[in-house]
Design a protein around this ligand. Structure first.
Ligand code: SDX
Length: 433
């Protein structure tokens, strides 16, 4: 007798049936537990791109793609973006609750006191060409952290995991700013312990030893909000990369370096850089129709960067907040008619009226407006994905910790549908055609 909490699978080749348990979450889609499927049926499931596959259980982030909902530990991204700050969201993701005032101060103090890099790590940058893409530097230097911090590599030790997590969250802005300074031929600027997280990053980016530098508080607040909006996003490609790397027992620094590499792709975190390049290529509103047509042309590889999402089939809630933040930053900087923003808004208007985009539910995503804000702040396009990685580090380490602490966790080892040659005898060289 099948239980109400199961799916019955029938093999029509031999009439055999199996009951597959259905597991319910606290909200969102239930899952069909197929862990015993291969042992029972001698078949694998097949889901390249994981469009219908849940890879893990998580309590961190919930997304409802149809409704455009994003929550971290139950709190909506809209509320967190407006009422919280990035350090508080980091604490929430790591510990599951909003911190008390004392918890928040202690957490900020610990993060602040991990922002400096080992002095020898600063020499790593000199191994790169000055025109290296900063994401290449991030992959290299973050991975190299495991060569320096041997006292936080034992993933079975909760203290080691906590210290490594704090070090990664704290040092990413310093590494990111150093990557920028290196590209400019300017000296690295050390973090200041009396500055907030986002403020410290902008200080390290733009201060020089030659004069005092005061960060614009409106820009610091905007950067802090952007970090919140990019902090975590369920089992996206880079987070899944971090989890898979971590499932082998690799150290946290190596896992986060793997996540950075995955985020770099233009289909993922690299899209914010690609959006700016796309807008600059389109150039004017007169050319929008041509590029919309190219985006719709199956034979043209061009895609409207910053549009579409595997999960959101509605407006990405982060894009809405970023659009508002974009106007605030441009107003603060006295930038009136930013042509790229005008172009982006016209492109969005036209696309959202086009049946192709409407029918395929392709809406602006988190990457569509972020680049315009970064550009207005004077951040070079090549640094956009670096800032995404900086923000997402807390999500990666929170997901990594959750995976390591999951008692059911195993090494990730997918199987395949093999369609290659079946067995054949070796042919000696002189007998080959
Ligand atoms: C991020 O996963 C996350 O959560 C990621 C992220 C996070 O916070 O971690 O939200 C961050 O990566 C946001 C996405 C940034 N990427 C881009 O903006 C690049 C442009 N977008 C596309 O490459 C695409 O929409 C993806 C990669 C985002 C999603 O791809 P899917 O889910 O695999 O969808 P698909 O490629 O199967 O597209 C479905 C259809 C296809 O047409 P058909 O083959 O069905 O006819 O929609 C079309 C696609 O051709 N399509 C687009 C399009 N995106 C999808 N057509 C034109 N322009 C686009 N941008």
């Amino acid at each position: 007798m099948s239980s109400k909490k199961s799916f019955t699978l029938t093999d029509n080749r031999n009439g055999k049936s199996w009951d597959l348990p259905v597991l319910d979450g606290s909200t969102g889609p239930s899952v069909i537990d197929v862990r015993k499927l291969y042992a029972d049926t001698d078949c694998f499931t097949y889901d390249p791109g994981f469009t219908s596959t849940g890879s893990c259980e998580s309590k961190l982030t919930f997304i409802d793609g149809d409704k455009g909902i994003l929550r971290h530990r139950g709190y909506s991204i809209e509320e967190l973006a407006v009422q919280s700050d990035f350090m508080e969201v980091c604490y929430l993701l790591l510990y599951g609750e909003l911190p008390t005032s004392e918890q928040k101060s202690t957490f900020e103090y610990k993060i602040t006191n991990h922002t400096m890099l080992h002095e020898q790590l600063n020499t790593f940058f000199k191994g790169f060409r000055r025109d290296s893409h900063p994401m290449a530097i991030m992959c290299g230097v973050v991975g190299a952290l495991s060569a320096f911090y041997h006292d936080s590599l034992d993933i079975s030790d909760p203290w080691h995991r906590m210290v490594a997590s704090y070090r990664l969250i704290a040092k990413m802005p310093t590494i990111a700013a150093n990557a920028y300074k290196y590209s400019q031929g300017q000296p690295f600027i050390y973090p200041k312990n009396d500055l907030g997280y986002a403020e410290n990053f902008l200080y390290m980016m733009y201060a020089t030893p030659c004069e005092e530098y005061k960060v614009n508080p409106v820009l610091a607040r905007a950067m802090d909000r952007i970090l919140i909006l990019h902090a975590d996003h369920e089992q996206n490609a880079s987070t899944s990369t971090v989890r898979l790397a971590g499932s082998s027992g690799a150290n946290p620094f190596a896992c986060i370096a793997a996540g950075i590499a995955s985020l770099w792709g233009p289909a993922h975190g690299g899209a914010n850089e690609a959006v700016l390049n796309m807008l600059e290529t389109i150039g004017s509103k007169d050319n929008i129709a041509e590029y919309i047509a190219r985006a719709k042309d199956k034979n043209d590889p061009f895609r409207l960067m910053g549009f579409g999402h595997r999960v959101y089939k509605n407006y990405d809630p982060r894009a809405k907040v970023l659009q508002q933040t974009c106007h605030e930053v441009l107003d603060e900087l006295g930038i009136k008619d930013e042509p790229l923003l005008e172009l982006a808004m016209e492109l969005e208007r036209i696309a959202l009226e086009d049946p192709y985009f409407v029918d395929k539910k392709l809406f602006p995503n988190v990457d569509f407006y972020s680049g315009i804000i970064f550009r207005a702040m004077g951040i070079p396009t090549s640094m956009f994905t670096v800032l995404f990685a900086m923000a997402r580090t807390v999500g990666w380490v929170a997901q990594w910790n959750e995976m390591v602490e999951d008692p059911s966790q195993k090494i990730g080892r997918p199987r395949q549908l093999y369609t290659g040659e079946v067995e054949r005898p070796y042919v000696k060289l002189h007998k080959r055609g």
